[in-house]
Design a protein around this ligand. Structure first.
Ligand SMILES: [Zn+2]
Length: 158
């Protein structure tokens, strides 16, 4: 797409530190890294974000992200890895061309990826679950088959 920085990186018009390439995406070092080794996986074809990207391209990208994560773990001995895709400005997407961040984590690295946990009533969870599952035609199971204890803290990934 004209004027898109990532399209220019894909075409080579703008130089980058390329790590690997498939027929669908490239992985490059982020020029403004959260940590050394911070990598971006970028689709070769221009897609704005997760809503419009082709399934096979996104599938390829997440597998490349996995490969980068393993390399960061094995070669830089990071203590963990964040894999993040920001979609739309409010979610932190700065370049409107689909990409995945792979960020290695180290002790005391001062990288903060967090949010304040919100309290919600059981009815609100139920309503949200219903609305999110309706389009896929997933049967809602009764309360007996979904013990609440199993889901309470598992959403927190930090
Ligand atoms: Zn682009």
């Amino acid at each position: 797409m004209d004027g898109c920085i990532f399209c220019k990186i894909v075409s080579g018009e703008i130089p980058s530190f390329k790590i690997l390439e498939t027929d669908k995406c490239i992985a490059i070092l982020d020029i403004n890294p959260a940590n050394p080794g911070h990598t971006l996986v970028i689709s070769k074809e221009h897609f704005d974000n997760v809503y419009s990207i082709d399934d096979d391209v996104l599938s390829d990208m997440i597998l490349v992200a996995k490969k980068i994560a393993r390399r960061l773990k094995e070669r830089f001995e990071c203590k963990g890895v964040n894999i993040i895709m920001n979609n739309e400005k409010i979610a932190g997407q700065i370049i409107p061309h689909a990409h995945i961040h792979v960020i290695p984590r180290f002790d005391d690295d001062k990288v903060i990826i967090t949010y304040a946990k919100k309290q919600m009533a059981k009815e609100q969870f139920a309503e949200i679950a219903k609305r999110l599952s309706e389009e896929e035609h997933i049967e809602q199971k009764g309360d007996e088959s979904t013990p609440k204890e199993n889901i309470k803290e598992e959403w927190v990934f930090r």
